[in-house]
Design a binder for this molecule. Sequence first.
Ligand code: GLN
Length: 308
Amino acid sequence: IMSSPLTFQPVLQRIAEEIAAAPDRGRPADYIPALAACDPHSFGMAVAELDGTVYGVGDWRQPFSTQSITKVFTLALDLAREGDELWEHVGREPSGNPFNSLVQLEYENGIPRNPFINAGALVVTDRLHTRTGDAARTLLDFLRAESGNDQLAINKDVAASEATRGDRNAALGHFMASYGNIENQVPVLLDQYFHQCSIEASCADLALATGFLARHGIRSDGTRLLTQSQSKQVNAIMLTCGTYDAAGDFAYRVGLPGKSGVGGGIIAVVPGRCTLCVWSPGLDERGNSVAGVTALDRFTTLTGVSVF
Ligand code: GLN
């Protein structure tokens, strides 16, 4: 056990070797062609220290579809603007249901359980859009600034595919609108949400962009995005809700606040210490990267670095 490694490079190397030898990769998401075409054997992992030093292994510089990972950043960007008012429109409890589930919305009056299932993320993006005039642009600008990578972009083909396969998200949006819980026109909101999901970034970019959650709310340029308390709150919601109906198992295995996306990426935070991003497109039944969860499990197990 390396309880305080001077560099994370050797442990990343070891994890990559273990993953390469592991046969089970799961299957890439197949609801849109761009994700279905991903090679399940791709694997990358990056660790960013608080000062921006990044360690990486495998495909850690390869951009991938960020998808639901972006829900962490829209939450932070909206919380920074409107504060606790947000919590009158979205809850903070794990859902125990799949990420695109509709069932709890009816008996909870159109208030989604948490900001990381699709319904809750739609509410957050809707409110961020009202407050900024362009939620997807605000998100992209933030990710570029925090990663230091001006090349980060929205994949327009992916956004168009998301729209053609967007009936479930449209249903969620319209259903919540019927309860008065959506501020913008639903098609406008969906367009923003599909563009948000279609931002591409690498493990290195996302590990860096997540840094503010390890720095208790402080951005890479030293300015504050969230209060220390809000940063704690976002981390807590990641721990309890970040991997949907697998959040209990993720907390048990990895022991870190984390957020997955169906592109196969997962970000994770060690508050006060470092941030991680892992990517491998093969998913389990709940939409979390199989190799990604394994790699994070191995990282916290081998290093002893976790929140517990
Ligand atoms: N674009 C996907 C959707 O809205 C994102 C879901 C995810 O990454 N879990 O269905």
